[in-house]
Write a protein that binds this ligand. Sequence first.
Ligand SMILES: NC(=O)c1ccc[n+]([C@@H]2O[C@H](COP(=O)([O-])OP(=O)(O)OC[C@H]3O[C@@H](n4cnc5c(N)ncnc54)[C@H](O)[C@@H]3O)[C@@H](O)[C@H]2O)c1
Length: 270
Amino acid sequence: MSFNLLKGKKGIIFGALDANSIAWKTAETIHAEGGTFVLTNAPIAMRMGQIDELAKKTGSKIIPADATSEEDLDNLVTQSMEILGGKIDFVLHAIGMSVNVRKGRAYTDEKYDFTTKGWDVSALSFHKVMQSLYKADAMNEWGSIVALTYMAAQRTFPDYNDMADNKAYLESVARSFGYFFGKEKKVRVNTISQSPTATTAGQGVKGFDSFISYAEKMSPLGNATAQDCADYTVTLFSDLTKKVTMQNLFHDGGFSNTGVSQEVIDRFSE
Ligand SMILES: NC(=O)c1ccc[n+]([C@@H]2O[C@H](COP(=O)([O-])OP(=O)(O)OC[C@H]3O[C@@H](n4cnc5c(N)ncnc54)[C@H](O)[C@@H]3O)[C@@H](O)[C@H]2O)c1
């Protein structure tokens, strides 16, 4: 179903790797809603992923950029404005990676070089993206910037490892930069705290399959899928949410406010 909510709006989408990526589904949905955009991902992901296919489908250009490189980001912002023919209305930051998780290091045994790298990619990159947009005065008034996060920023999920700390930092950056972007440019900045979702990044977390079923049983509405997240993001990019800013918005079927569900009680009564 399409409502033309993003007709005439232009944006940048980070993080579409393959058809499971939340950013991939979001790009398809934005396209269906009339938005146009530039796709970007780390140069290495160009080789691993299938982003060309998405670009073809949505009539988009791809600009490779490592989200930790200020130079790459400045270039991305300048080129995007050229390609799209003006300032930007929406930006999706859908980037996450922990080297400690990848290398199987426990939270109590972090290798700090890995920690720093993961923080740069997953959290500081959001500040870098916004600083680049801000300095270039690249955002249109009433534009909208969204990053994706997870509830491990507020509550402990042992296997989420150092990504929990990265997400806490990311959410704080959204509030802090949201203040300046709101005051100076009338641009809103929010994070969506999404249910566990079967993607490359998600499945990297130890015990992911059991965890996603647990979350499903704990959420009164069930887990939010990648497509649900795409739909929610479209609302945040539309003109219907102009005064929502500096928020961490839970999009999890009610998981975050559920103490226990009947299904989980039943499992323990067996
Ligand atoms: N999958 C889940 O369970 C879940 C839940 C809540 C939040 N999230 C968040 O959603 C976002 C998108 O992840 P996803 O689940 O769609 O997985 P994904 O693996 O499809 O996407 C992660 C993306 O980050 C990109 N990336 C990594 N390093 C980069 C760099 N240096 N520069 C630019 N891009 C880089 C990857 O290439 C990839 O496209 C992440 O922030 C993730 O933490 C995911």
